[in-house]
Ligand binder design. Structure first.
Ligand code: PLP
Length: 407
């Protein structure tokens, strides 16, 4: 008899985006003349940078020519892309990362979800709340949690990210083995200072723990005093893995390209206390289960690091950050407590009402779709997330409507 992995039965059905879609469609049915503006989801809206498009086309033409055609490539990614990443995203900023420590993939979602496979099932895991749901659900699937009780899985240490700690979790009192951190954060848009990140690295070194640092929104950081990579922090190479994505900075959400950095010094331990390089484990996993990102996509990704690609991606990010400024200005004027929007495309807005009530009010009064914070964890209750991924015109109109309905 074929049996299932019963840990899947513990998973809470993710009703968040289907609930949003249901409420929006019933609103539209009842109000066919009202146009809805969507500031809910975290998907980009603008086209790929021209430098990427040109490189993409050239690479497709190569694939059409038998002399230049390429079949399977290296699972870890082509050297041209790994070198461009190491040089531009790390070495240029003084962070020591070598090309062979970069694993190119088809998404930070897959990588942040798959990485936990390398570690024992009885380790202690700390996950922020609110958070990008992939970290939690993949640990549930792997059997690292108990049941879901009162809005939380037993066995996980939740790192509350709340107004009181400025949405940066406090260092745990107990010893934890695996720690997820995400900055700039989805959904709160909060950032972490160099000193705060240093404390986490120091904690991890002391506890022989590992930090999984998700920097998918690094490109949105405007404040030069903030770390863009965990490898800018002393001692991080031994205790941290970093995830990056081209989804949000270069519009690759549909094209798919991301990468994970595993430094050679990064260690994990067996039950006898023996040390093992995580790089070798991830390399083994990656080569066994993944066959590489397509050549044209990697050529398009390489173009992000050309002079024109850098300028065009900067313009893309600037475009969304102008939207974020429109959102924060309106929210400020309305007197709401909020975080984010300065170094991130998300604005996290607090109120004294239930997240879904707030959602319904914005939809019915302003015709604007947001994301209810409660969908990202218990600490998200009372909040909504507005996303800057839309056109200027739509964001301007959405903020005008919100001002009129809530002002
Ligand atoms: N990490 C965070 C925090 C995200 O918000 C997202 C996407 O929204 C991802 C990772 C996924 O990125 P990718 O498109 O590279 O899979």
């Amino acid at each position: 008899m074929i049996r299932i992995n019963e840990h899947y039965l513990k998973l809470q059905a993710s009703y968040l985006f289907s609930d949003i879609a249901r409420r929006v469609s019933s609103f539209q049915e009842a109000n066919p003349d009202r146009e809805v503006i969507r500031l809910g989801i975290g998907d980009v809206t603008r086209a790929l940078p021209q430098a990427c498009i040109d490189a993409f086309h050239r690479a497709v033409d190569e694939m059409a020519d038998e002399a230049k055609f390429r079949g399977y490539g290296p699972e870890q990614g082509y050297q041209f892309l790994r070198e461009a990443i190491a040089k531009n995203d790390f070495q240029a900023r003084g962070a020591e990362v070598a090309a062979d420590e970069i694993f190119v993939s088809d998404g930070a979602k897959c990588d942040t979800g798959n990485i936990q496979e390398l570690f024992a099932t009885d380790i202690r895991v700390a996950i922020p709340d609110p958070v990008y749901p992939v970290y939690l659900d993949t640990n549930v699937m792997a059997g690292r949690t108990g049941s879901f009780v009162d809005g939380r899985y037993q066995g996980i240490l939740y790192l509350d990210s709340v107004k009181e700690n400025n949405y940066v979790p406090d260092i745990p009192k107990e010893k934890i083995d695996l720690i997820y951190l995400c900055f700039p954060n989805n959904p709160t848009g909060s950032t972490i200072t160099r000193e705060q990140l240093q404390s986490w690295v120091d904690y991890a070194r002391d506890a022989k723990a590992l930090i999984l640092f998700d920097a998918a929104y690094e490109a949105f950081i405007r404040d030069d005093s903030l770390p863009r990579s965990i490898y800018e922090i002393q001692g991080a190479r031994e205790v941290a893995i970093e995830f990056r994505s081209l989804s949000k900075n270069a519009g690759f959400t549909g094209t798919r390209c991301a990468y994970t950095v595993v430094p050679k010094e990064c260690m994990a331990y067996d039950s006898q206390g023996g040390k093992h390089a995580v790089h070798a484990l991830w390399n083994r996993r990656h080569c066994t289960k993944f066959n590489g990102v397509s050549y044209p996509v990697q050529k398009a990704a390489e173009a992000v690091y050309s002079e024109e690609g850098k300028r065009q991606t900067r313009e893309l990010v600037d475009y969304y950050m102008r939207n974020a400024a429109l959102i924060t200005r309106a929210v400020d004027e309305l007197g709401f407590h909020y975080v984010g929007g300065e170094n991130s495309p998300y604005v996290w807005i607090g109120s004294d009402r239930d997240s879904w009530e707030f959602f319904d009010q914005l939809l019915s009064e302003a015709g604007v779709v947001c994301t209810p914070g409660a969908g990202f964890g218990k600490c998200g209750q009372g909040y909504i997330r507005l996303s800057a991924f839309n056109s200027h015109a739509n964001v301007e109109r959405a903020m005008e409507r919100i001002r009129r309905s809530l002002g």
